[in-house]
Design a protein around this ligand. Structure first.
Ligand SMILES: [Mg+2]
Length: 211
């Protein structure tokens, strides 16, 4: 093989395998995005767009909006930052039981807008039943006082992805309970994909991905 060919192969190889940043640098970038207000501005814009779209719609008596909880209605960012962006089931459950997550003000504004328009609010979360009471308390403490129901996962849903669980619940709410879901609000695409989600509002999340 001549030297020119070797050089071309070397260039292709280098081009295809760029080295990643140090993990700590990624964490600091995410932290800056949140702490310097960029996340807040992005979320504000998402909510403003949603409200102007919803303004164009009219809602019947069984109109309902589905809200996810984590990183949608409530923010776990401060906790996640304290533990340096890791995740461990026991530590997570302890945190949820403290019921100390703060609301995301921009999302709360959308919630208040929908309550004002007489749309029924349903919280649908992949949190399990052992933290459901604490979740209820946390939501009410953070100003989400008007809602029809809070749905958490029970043991029977253990093998399902979050997407499967949430779609199953939306199907039940529409086909068995007669709700008309006009909007779904979540920070994960798995909150929004599938049947009966209505108008989809995707809240930014740079902390984790849930399938
Ligand atoms: Mg979430």
């Amino acid at each position: 093989m001549n030297k020119l060919l070797l050089a071309i192969f070397a260039l292709i190889f280098v081009g295809c395998s760029s080295t990643p940043k140090n993990l700590d640098q990624y964490k600091r970038e995410v932290e800056q995005y949140y702490d310097e207000g960029h996340y807040g501005i992005e979320t504000y814009e998402v909510i403003q767009d949603a409200i102007s779209e919803l303004d164009k719609m009219s809602f019947g008596p069984k109109a309902a909006a589905i809200f996810d909880v984590d990183e949608t209605a409530l923010s776990n960012y401060e906790h996640i930052k304290v533990i340096d962006f890791g995740w461990e089931r026991e530590i997570w459950d302890e945190w949820l039981k403290e019921a100390n997550a703060e609301n995301i003000p921009q999302v709360k504004k959308l919630y208040e807008y929908l309550v004002e328009r007489k749309v029924k609010i349903i919280f649908l979360t992949s949190r399990y039943e052992n933290t459901c009471d604490a979740t209820h308390k946390n939501l009410v403490d953070e100003g989400y006082k008007d809602f029809d129901t809070l749905i958490c996962r029970d043991a029977s849903t253990k093998g399902m992805t979050s997407r499967e669980f949430k779609e199953q619940e939306r199907i039940r709410l529409v086909e068995k309970e007669g709700y008309n879901i006009v909007a779904t609000v979540g920070d994960q695409w798995s909150d929004l994909e599938g049947k009966y989600s209505g108008y989809r509002v995707k809240i930014p999340n740079y902390l984790y991905i849930v399938d």
